[in-house]
Design a protein around this ligand. Structure first.
Ligand SMILES: Nc1ncnc2c1ncn2[C@@H]1O[C@H](COP(=O)(O)OP(=O)(O)O)[C@@H](O)[C@H]1O
Ligand SMILES: [Mg+2]
Length: 270
C-alpha cells in the first residue's frame, strides 16, 4: 500500500500540508475532495517527490521513499497525472505514450500500449496525430494513458475533469473504477465532489492542508457538511436562496435519480 504518515510539505513559505495521514490500498479508489487552494495538488506533488517532504513519511509497499525523488517514485510504481492535461503538444499521440513507458523494453511497451488503447479506443485512431490537435477530453485520456504506460501500482490523478464537457467527464470517470478493480490503487483529486465520491471506495475531505473528514465515498456523499459545501454548482459559492435551491436539487439528483446511478459503483461494475 501507499502510506502517508504525518506528512508536512510546502513551497517557499509556511507548510501547506499540516501532517496528513492517508493510506491507499491496491485495488481501491480513494478520492480527495476539497476547495480550491486546500492543498490537493500539493499532496500529489509531495507524494510523487516533485516537492520535498518536510516531515513525516511516504512508504510504498513497505519501502520508505520519503524524498526519494521523482524517478524513484515512478520505478516503485507511483504514477502522477498532473493537473491541466500536460501532454507534449508537438509530439504525436504514440510518442506521448512512449514517453510514459519509462524504462520498459520495446516489447513490454507495446503490450502496455495495446492495453491503454483498449481502455481509450479514441486514441487508437489518432496515434499519428499531434497531441496538440486533440480535443480536451482526448488530451486528458492521453495524459492518463501516458500515466498507465508505466504500469503503475498507484495512480495519482489531479483533477481529470477540469474544464471538460460532462459527456467526456463521464467517459473518463467510467474507466477509473475499472482500473482499481484491476488492482491499481487510485488516488483521485477532484473539485467535482459529486463524481469523485460516487466512484470512491474511500474518501477524505481536505481543508487548508488538513484532513477533516474520512469515510466511504457514499458516507461523504451523504454528509450534510459535504453536501452543503462541496457538492453542487461551483462548490458552494454564494449563499443566496436561489443558489441553495438549485444546489439542493442537484444533490437530490446525485443521491437519487439517473445521474447518481450513472456513476454508482454497481452500475459501472455490471
Ligand atoms: N508552485 C507554488 N508555489 C508556491 N505556492 C504554491 C504553489 N502551488 C500552490 N501553492 C499554494 O499552496 C496552497 C495549496 O495549493 P494547491 O495544492 O494547488 O491547492 P488545490 O490543488 O487544492 O487547489 C495554496 O495556498 C497555493 O497558493
Ligand atoms: Mg489543484
Amino acid at each position: 500500500m501507499l502510506e502517508l504518515k504525518s506528512l508536512r510539505s510546502g513551497y517557499d513559505g509556511p507548510d501547506v500540508l499540516h501532517g496528513l495521514d492517508l493510506v491507499v490500498e491496491p485495488g481501491t479508489l480513494v478520492s480527495v475532495i476539497g476547495a480550491n487552494g486546500a492543498g490537493k495538488s500539493t499532496l500529489l506533488r509531495t507524494i510523487s517527490s516533485l516537492i520535498r517532504t518536510r516531515s513525516g513519511t511516504i512508504t510504498v509497499d513497505g519501502t520508505d521513499l520519503t524524498n526519494a525523488g521523482a524517478p524513484a517514485m515512478v520505478s516503485h510504481g507511483v504514477s502522477h497525472v498532473p493537473e491541466g492535461r500536460q501532454v507534449f503538444a508537438t509530439m504525436t499521440v504514440a510518442e506521448n505514450l512512449d514517453l510514459g513507458a519509462y524504462k520498459a523494453s520495446r516489447s513490454v511497451a507495446s503490450e502496455r500500449e495495446e492495453r491503454v488503447l483498449e481502455i481509450f479506443p479514441a486514441l487508437k485512431e489518432r496515434m499519428n496525430h499531434l497531441a496538440g490537435s486533440l480535443s480536451g477530453g482526448q488530451q486528458q485520456m492521453l495524459a492518463i494513458g501516458r500515466g498507465l504506460m508505466a504500469e503503475p501500482k498507484y495512480l495519482l490523478l489531479d483533477e481529470p475533469s477540469l474544464g471538460l464537457a460532462p459527456i467526456v467527464v463521464q467517459t473518463i470517470f467510467q474507466i477509473l473504477p475499472n482500473l482499481s478493480k484491476a488492482g491499481v490503487g487510485v488516488l483521485l483529486i477532484e473539485q467535482n465532489g459529486q463524481i469523485a465520491l460516487s466512484i470512491a471506495d474511500k474518501a477524505v475531505l481536505l481543508e487548508r492542508g488538513q484532513i477533516t473528514l474520512r469515510g466511504t465515498g457514499q458516507e461523504l456523499l451523504k454528509n450534510p457538511e459535504v453536501i452543503e459545501r462541496y457538492l453542487g454548482v461551483g462548490n458552494s459559492v454564494g449563499t443566496d436562496s436561489e443558489k441553495r435551491i438549485e444546489m439542493s436539487l442537484r444533490i437530490r439528483t446525485a443521491l437519487g435519480d439517473e445521474t447518481g446511478k450513472l456513476f454508482s459503483k454497481n452500475s459501472i461494475a455490471n
